[in-house]
Each structure stands twice: as C-alpha cells, then as structure tokens.
Design a protein around this ligand. Sequence first.
Ligand code: NDP
Length: 341
Amino acid sequence: MQHITLASRPNGAPTLDDFALETGPVPTPGPGEVLVRVHYMSLDPYMRGRMDEGKSYTANIPVGGTMEGGSVGEVIASNADGFQPGDFAFGPFGWATHAVAHAKMCRKVDPDSAPITTSLGVLGMPGFTGWYALHEIGQPKAGETLVVAAATGPVGSMVGQLAKSLGLRTVGIAGGADKCALAVDTFGFDVCLDHRAHPDARSLRKALAEAAPDGIDIYFENVGGKVLEAVIPLMKEHGRIPLCGMIAWYNAGGLGAGAEAAMSVPALWRTILVSHLRVQGFIISNHWDRFPAFLADIAPKVASGDIKLVEDIADGIENAPDAFIGLLEGRNVGKQIVKLI
Ligand code: NDP
C-alpha cells in the first residue's frame, strides 16, 4: 500500500517537499475495525492546520505521520458488525491507498443512490457544513442579502444555492472570471465578484456595495483576509456571520501576524457592537447528530438536480500534494478529490 506522510512542517505555504510518498504493508483490521481499499480521497482546507505545530481544536499530525483526511472506498475485510466485504464506506482513512478504521468512525455509502464521490463533497462534510451553519447560525429570511466567498467550492456553493432557494439575494466572491461565471451560471448566484480583480479591500468593498445595495444581512465567512475587511462595514444591523473558515490566513502561522496585519481589531469589535452583529464560530464535527437530517433534505435535491455540484478530480495518490497546494491557492474548481482507483 502507498501513503503520504508529513515530511516537514511547512513554513508558510506548503511545498511538495513537505510531503513524502511511502510504501508499507497493507494493515490488518483489529476487533471492530474494517479494512478499506480507498477509491477517492477528499482534500480539505482544514488539513493545512493539522500540518502545523501545536494543537488547535484537534491534535496535529506528527512529522512522519500519515496525512489525515476522509476518504471513500470498498471494504475488503471486516471485523465489524454491519460492514461486509464489497460494501462502500466513508471514513477517516487518511492519504492512503488502504487503511483500517473502527467501524464506529465509518459511514456506509450506497453507490446506487449517488456517485460515491458525492460522499466527500455535496453529500459529505463540506455540504453538511454549509447546510448546518446557514440554517442554524445564518437564520436566513427571504428578501435578505447573503455574501459568501470561495463561492464555487463545496461549502460556498451549497450556501449560495440554499440561500437562493430561500429567496435571498446571493452575492458570491470567487477567484477569477471563470469561477465567477460558474458561480452565476451553475450555482445560481445573483452576482459574483472576482476578488483577484481588486487590489485591496477598499476596491472590493466598493464593488460589493454596488452588488448589495441594501447592505449585507448574512456574511458566511469562509476566507477572512481582504474579503472580511471589505464586508464588515457593509453589514446591516442585526446581521449574522457564521464563522466557518479563514483560508486566507491558514498559511500565516495560525491567527498571529496575518490576522493582526489584515485589519484593526478595535474597528472590527466596534462594528460588531454598534451594528448588533451576531458572529458565531463552529466546528462541524461537533454537530454530526444533524447529519441524517441534512442527508434527508439534500440527497433528493442532488438526485433531482435541484442542487448542483462540481468536482475537481486529480488522478493518483502521488498527485495529492500538488492538488492540496492548489486548493490553498484557489487552483481547484469545485470540490477537490483525488482518484486512487
Ligand atoms: P474550497 O474548495 O472552496 O477551497 C478553498 C477556496 O478558498 C479556494 O478554491 C479559493 O477559491 C479560496 N481562497 C483561497 N485563498 C483565498 C484568499 N486569500 N481569499 C479569498 N479566497 C481564497 O473550500 P471548502 O468549500 O472545502 O471550504 C471553505 C471554507 O470552509 C474553508 O475556510 C474551510 O476551512 C472552511 N470549513 C470549515 C468547517 C468548520 O467546521 N468550521 C468545515 C468545512 C470547511 P477562489 O479561487 O474562488 O478564491
């Protein structure tokens, strides 16, 4: 079996040298565990944080350890009730061609009801993230205006489509003209702004003020950085900010200098106060109890085509590091996946 390990901790943006492709014996499942041959691996922004020193909301990956992540594959041996060889399962199998995991950490995936890749994106953790946080924290109401960046990614595209279906005006922000066209034409955003076309927050704010002439009720925070700076002064009274992610700062050494340099904390704090904003962070892994309700709502909409998805599939485990670096740089178009078989 092949797996990719963390060769060194990145200093800023990760490079290919921070990863190593290694080979080893296929693991043997212990009691209650399944052995899976991975077909598709998910690449997600949170993995960047796991590469750093120190614990945030969960433990980091030790140098020399296998890169962590969710994958979907075929069960080839099982010591667990409820899983048979031939079943497909999603689980924490890491960046590896074969892996064992306890059955409690795995979810059966039915390949006849949807392509198994959807368990990594639109019907998996990222789609669930958008669904959960929009409803629970965003509290969307018809006629309001929502802004979300990384608008063509699996989180942003779910948020935009759901908000549109609920009667909100949806303003996407994405990197480049092609992604903006995708946001409008495929994901139904009313308008999409290219953050790369704006040299600074002031310029982006001017465009946003035109795109959201009544102000912003919900800012679904995916990126931080220049976009956050542009958005905050345009928030309406009693606006809501589901604080989902801040990818613009993931390479800046956590919440240190990058965050401080990007905006004045006193000014931000004052706006939250005087505009009665509600900002709420969340970690989706604390909310799995709502996952069945998410699937019951969204799986039929994916099947009917009411919820659209776009996937970006890299080929081969050896190309996972480059695809991951690309995800952090915005080279991915849609949910980033790596095909192993
Ligand atoms: P995407 O597939 O959308 O990939 C990340 C995208 O972020 C890139 O394609 C790029 O899109 C955009 N981006 C990168 N750098 C910048 C920047 N400096 N400024 C603006 N945009 C940038 O990611 P996901 O949909 O999987 O995740 C979106 C966010 O949600 C991430 O921050 C992630 O960490 C967070 N998240 C949080 C969870 C939680 O539990 N709180 C769970 C899941 C995700 P573009 O080229 O369009 O700018």
